[in-house]
Every structure is written in structure tokens, then in C-alpha cells.
Write a protein that binds this ligand. Structure first.
Ligand code: 6R9
Length: 653
């Protein structure tokens, strides 16, 4: 039996703490499919509504038109703040741990978070922000990031958070695409003891964005920044001038809540759009159910708010449940490789949710840094972002979970809003590396290349099976469109297999009905849990004047999950040099950001192409993997000798 087949039964402790036993899961899941309206009607009371909805799901995927709770009216910030004030005004909403372990810990109660959010909402109104306007956030991991998101929600503005590691050019592209006239940022962030320039990057981005009217700047590190007199405003100055209450805007269930840019197979990143009620209900319910969260527990999700995981499980899911979250500005290995474990012990974290890539990096130092700390506060562990290899799962379970704690391996996507497939700690035995079972209302299925069902959608052809993962029914947390380009939304997700949502992932269902995500089957590379489109990296490389052509593929990487392997053909007459290689890397950092920097640059006189000129990526992937035996059929290549040259080039590195 391999490690991955090992079954870890539900523990007594998990069973005692759970609100969902195996029998309850089975009954709820069955009803969520057989009586969808009734099931969701019972869940509507999770939220506070100004007008409760009478309609539940009302959706079509051909043509694509998705609505949930459409006649309901509510405000997200009221659900995350105001409604908690009667009983939880003094409950801590956010515990903040800085990059520097000696930085004073900030503890912000629901009462304070409400007041600060209202102040920021008033400041935004003062700057001219109106309902429906897009506001771009470029923030470090500080409580003001959550305040800014909630302040937008309070006044009906649509936030677009851009990860603090993206380059000025990437910020500018996102501001332009969203037609955003307002930006919220901070002077600097801190990262592993070094300052991270934020306001300076925004200034550079705004050289290309003349329509931006106002920038709100949070003072975080206090380091010097340039302030543009008419355009830029200090948050602490405006804050002193505005009241601590702000009437929440009544929002229709399907009014937009936020845009979040994510990479796909083709073209530039897409602005995935989530709306108000369905997204909030989905994150509220999955947070409570998947983590079995109990009032008073401390939940730590290590993601950045610039990614969907931060949106859903640092801000909206936990705060709508009156939970206490830890927000961490730093990185896992600063000042030392025990930072995660030291922080868990320092704050007595109960639930810890992180990415496999972080675990793989920390595993290299062995269990000693973990064992240095008292982790007895922990009750539950989770992972997200990429497939977790059984070795990393077992290490996490043994050393962090002391062979006792359940691990919820949650599969989901920016487009799904919240967790979609995951074990529930009190309901499902665990298998290392399996995302286990679908959440309520979710119907996964496997299709072959032609779209024929291999498994499912509802119980047909039980496993084991493997194929492309599709979903057959909408759920409240589903993204509604790509901002400004509904046609692209339809094309990307609903036309590969008409009328089905294509995830872009491959999956396997085993004989016990457990689901295993095998990774992306499209041209998306998952680098340390971050999605990169190969097309984006290619266009950053060909932007260099000496480059004729580039092809980018992913390859297995011990720590990052996947690394970026770039094949580059130079213009004729151009000499390869170290300087040029540095410039190529720089070009990628400049156009996208450091996370997209290629791990391998392979200069080649030619790329393998079919006679019709299509690059054969399959071959490029195999060569990057050092797998030269299984190159498959190369007879359709225009020039088969290219392949041998590539193999020689690979071996000579
Ligand atoms: C939440 C998030 C989505 C892609 C997704 C898949 C991969 C996420 C996973 C997982 C295996 C898991 N992914 N969770 N693969 N097991 N538990 O990560 O969103 O950044 O949009 O990435 O990440 O490939 O399609 P996003």
C-alpha cells in the first residue's frame, strides 16, 4: 500500500468538535441536489438582509447567466461588522503579527473594525467614490487592507485588490482594465526585514493611468514617499476629519462586490467578478463548515489578501462569522525557519490554513524547528492552492499535527469563490493528497477530451476514473462574469464542454469515491500556489527587442510545485550572453513581477512546430521534465531535428 492509500479515520476529537457527522454530510449533500431551493432557503438566514430573497438559484450556462438570491437586498460590511456589535463589539476580529517579530501586536475588536471601516468609507465618499466605482487596492498585509475592502463594500464600490508583489506595469494594466479612478495603498510594506515599496510602485503605475483622480495612502512603515499634492491623501489625515459611522448602501444580491485578476491559458489576466449575496453566503458557510469554527477560536490563513484565499478566508468568511483571524505580514522563514510555528505558539492559534509549497520549503529543515514550539493549541490543519504530495501531507500531519490533527485539503479556485471539494473534519476519513468529497450543491464530473462523461455527473460509472474535471451545476459562490468581457467568461469556462463549467484541472476519482486533483491540464502554471499564464510570461519575454519567439511550460519543482521553464529563440545575429539572460529575467519582473521569473531559460535556435506552425508544447514539457523517452509522435513536426537539438541543449546545462 502506498502512503497515499493510507486511510486516516475521523478522530474522536474531530467528531466531538464537529457540526457535521458523516451521516449529516450525506443527508445534507443529497438534499442539496434533490431539493436545491429548499436547501438554500434554509441557509439564507446565515446573513442579515435588508430585504430577504424569495428566489434561490436562477442560472443558465448556455447562454451564461448566473443569479442567486436575486431579489434580496443586503450589505456585506453590515454582515461582517454591524450585526456582530450587540454581542461581539469587544471580540477581537483581527490579531496582527508584523514581519518583524518584535513589532507590537495589533488587536482590533469588532467595535474598532466597524468604526475604522466607517471612517474609511466616509473618507472614500469625500474623495468622490460612488456606488459602482472600481477602487484598486495595492496593500501590505495590515488590518487597513481589510478595512479598505469592507469600506468599499459599505458604500457599494467594487474593490480590485492587486497583490503587493506585482510590478507597476501589472498594476497599471489592472487599473486600466477595471477603469478604476481610485487607488488605496500604503507607503511601504515589510517583507523578510526589507522594505517593500508600494506607494512608489503606484506612482510609477499611474504614469500610465491619467484617469486616476485620488490615491489614499496608509502610513505603515513611516518611510519617506512622494505625495502628489492634488491627487494623494494621507489616510491618517482624512481619518481625523470624518465620523466613525456611515450608513451602509443597500445592495442588490447581484450587485458586484469585487474584481480579482487571475491568469488563464490565453491573453492577459481576467478580472473575475464576484457579486454580493452568493459570494458572501458561500464563504460564510464553507468557513464555518469546513473548519468547524467555534466562537473564540483563533484562525490563521497564511495567504495574502491579494489572492482569493485571502479575500475569502481572511476577510469575508471569518468576519461574517464573527471569528478572530490572525493576519501575518511576514514570510515563513524570517527571521528563522520556525516563524510559522513560533507564531502559532505565541498567539495560540487553533486552526492553521496554509499552502503545500510553504510546507515543502519548511520540510527541508526537518522537524526540529517545529518541535521547538508548543503547538498544543492547534485543533485543525488545512491546505490550499495546489495538489499536496503525500510526503508533505504526512510530514504536516506527523510533525505539526502530532499524528492527531485532521487536515482539510480544500480544492477551489478564484472563480469558485470558496471551497468546493474538501474533507469535513468530523465526517470524512482522510487520504493524504485527496480533496475527498464535494461540498453541498457541488456536482463534479470527469470528461474525456471530447466531453463525454467518464465519471458522474451523479453517480454514474463509479471509479476509479481519471479525466478533466468539470462541474455540472452552479453554486452561490460562482463568479458571474469576467469584468467587461462576458464573452470571454463564456469562452473560457463554458465552451470547451458546452453547458458544463470546465475547471482547467485534471482529476481522478478512486474506488471509494474520493476525488484527487492532479493539476492543471491547460496552459496555466501553478508556481508556489500562484497561477501564471504561460502566454503572459511569453509576451513579457518577447517584449525584449532581441527575442524572436518564446514558449513557456511548467515542470515539476521540489518546492514550488511547478517551476517556469522558458524556451527562447533570439533574433538572428544576436549573441547570447549573461547580460542578455539577466535582461530577459528583468523583462519578466518588470512586466509581471518577481513571482513570474523563469527558473530556466533555454536558448534555442528553433522551437518544435507542426507544419501548420503550432508550437508542440507537449514536447517542450517533456524535455523540461528531462523525460526524453516519452516524446510521443514527432512525425508531424515541420523539422524533427529541432527536438534533438533541444535535448542536447537540455543535457548540456
Ligand atoms: C484557491 C486558489 C486555483 C487552482 C486550481 C488548482 C489549484 C487549489 C487545490 C488545488 C489541488 C487543492 N488548487 N487548491 N489543487 N488541491 N487543494 O488556489 O485559487 O489561485 O485561482 O488557483 O489552484 O489547479 O485550479 P487560484
Amino acid at each position: 500500500m502506498s502512503d497515499a492509500d493510507h486511510l486516516f479515520p475521523v478522530t474522536d476529537a474531530a467528531l466531538a468538535a464537529t457540526r457535521t457527522t458523516a451521516a449529516q454530510y450525506a443527508a445534507n449533500y443529497a438534499r442539496s441536489l434533490s431539493d436545491s431551493d429548499g436547501f438554500w432557503r434554509d441557509q439564507v438566514g446565515r446573513l442579515d438582509w435588508m430585504t430577504p430573497p424569495t428566489k434561490m438559484g436562477n442560472w443558465s450556462w448556455d447562454p451564461v447567466d448566473i443569479k442567486w438570491f436575486e431579489d434580496g437586498v443586503l450589505n456585506v460590511s453590515v454582515n461582517c461588522l454591524d450585526r456582530h456589535l450587540p454581542h461581539h463589539a469587544d471580540t477581537i476580529a483581527i490579531v496582527w503579527e508584523g514581519d518583524d517579530p518584535k513589532a507590537p501586536v495589533r488587536r482590533i475588536s469588532y467595535g474598532e473594525l466597524h468604526a475604522e471601516t466607517c471612517r474609511m468609507a466616509n473618507a472614500l465618499i469625500g474623495l468622490g467614490v460612488q456606488k459602482g466605482d472600481r477602487v484598486t487596492l495595492y496593500m501590505p498585509m495590515i488590518p487597513e487592507a481589510a478595512m479598505a475592502m469592507l469600506a468599499c463594500a459599505r458604500i457599494g464600490a467594487v474593490h480590485s485588490v492587486v497583490f503587493g508583489g506585482f510590478s507597476p506595469e501589472a498594476i497599471a494594466g489592472r487599473i486600466q482594465d477595471a477603469d478604476s479612478k481610485f487607488v488605496i495603498t500604503a507607503d511601504y510594506g515589510n517583507r523578510a526585514g526589507k522594505p517593500l515599496q508600494l506607494k512608489g510602485a503606484v506612482d510609477k503605475a499611474l504614469e500610465q493611468c491619467p484617469d486616476v483622480e485620488a490615491v489614499l495612502v496608509v502610513r505603515h512603515t513611516g518611510a519617506e514617499v512622494n505625495m502628489h499634492p492634488e491627487r494623494d491623501h494621507w489616510w491618517h489625515e482624512l481619518r481625523a476629519q470624518v465620523p466613525a459611522t456611515c450608513t451602509p448602501e443597500p445592495m442588490a444580491a447581484e450587485d458586484p462586490l469585487f474584481i480579482l485578476y487571475t491568469s488563464g491559458s490565453t491573453g492577459k489576466p481576467k478580472g473575475v467578478l464576484h457579486t454580493t449575496a452568493g459570494y458572501l453566503l458561500w464563504t460564510n458557510m464553507t468557513f464555518e463548515t469546513v473548519f468547524d469554527y467555534r466562537q473564540g477560536e483563533l484562525f490563521w490563513c497564511t495567504a495574502d489578501v491579494g489572492w482569493v484565499t485571502g479575500h475569502s478566508y481572511i476577510v469575508y468568511g471569518p468576519l461574517s462569522n464573527a471569528a478572530t483571524v490572525l493576519m501575518f505580514e511576514g514570510v515563513p522563514n524570517y527571521p528563522d525557519v520556525d516563524r510559522f510555528w513560533a507564531t502559532i505558539a505565541k498567539h495560540k492559534v487553533n486552526i492553521f490554513y496554509t499552502a503545500p509549497t510553504a510546507l515543502r520549503a519548511l520540510m527541508r529543515d526537518g522537524p526540529e524547528p517545529v518541535d521547538r514550539h508548543d503547538l498544543s493549541s492547534l485543533r485543525l490543519l488545512g491546505t490550499v492552492g495546489e495538489p499536496i504530495n503525500p510526503e508533505a501531507w504526512l510530514w504536516y500531519h506527523r510533525h505539526v499535527g502530532k499524528s492527531k490533527l485532521p487536515i482539510v485539503d480544500t480544492w477551489w479556485q478564484t472563480e469558485t469563490g470558496g471551497a468546493m471539494m474538501t474533507p469535513l473534519p468530523g465526517a470524512h476519513a482522510l487520504k493524504p493528497g485527496a480533496a475527498a468529497m464535494p461540498f453541498y450543491g457541488i456536482v463534479p464530473a470527469l470528461v474525456d477530451a471530447e466531453g463525454k462523461f467518464i465519471a458522474g455527473p451523479e453517480g454514474q460509472n463509479p471509479g476509479p476514473n481519471e479525466g478533466n474535471l468539470v462541474l455540472t451545476r452552479s453554486w452561490p459562490g460562482q463568479a458571474r462574469t469576467v469584468y467587461g468581457d462576458h464573452e470571454r467568461f463564456t469562452q473560457t469556462y463554458f465552451t470547451t464542454y458546452r453547458g458544463l463549467y470546465f475547471t482547467g484541472d485534471g482529476a481522478r476519482r478512486d474506488a471509494d469515491g474520493y476525488w484527487w486533483i492532479t493539476g492543471r491540464v491547460d496552459d496555466v502554471i501553478n508556481v508556489s500556489g500562484h497561477r501564471m499564464g504561460t502566454a503572459e510570461v511569453e509576451s513579457a519575454l518577447v517584449a525584449h527587442p532581441d527575442v524572436a519567439e518564446a514558449a513557456v511550460v511548467g515542470y515539476p519543482h521540489d518546492i514550488k510545485g511547478q517551476g517556469i521553464y522558458a524556451y527562447v529563440t533570439l533574433n538572428s545575429g544576436v549573441e547570447a550572453s549573461d547580460k542578455l539572460l539577466t535582461e530577459l529575467r528583468y523583462s519578466v519582473r518588470e512586466h509581471i513581477g518577481p513571482i513570474a521569473t523563469p527558473d530556466h531559460l533555454h536558448l534555442t535556435p528553433a522551437l518544435p512546430k507542426t507544419r501548420s506552425g503550432k508550437i508542440m508544447r507537449r514536447i517542450l514539457r517533456k524535455i523540461a521534465e528531462n523525460d526524453f523517452a516519452a516524446l510521443g509522435d514527432t512525425s508531424t513536426l515541420a523539422d524533427p531535428s529541432v527536438v534533438q537539438a533541444l535535448i542536447d541543449g537540455r543535457l548540456n546545462r
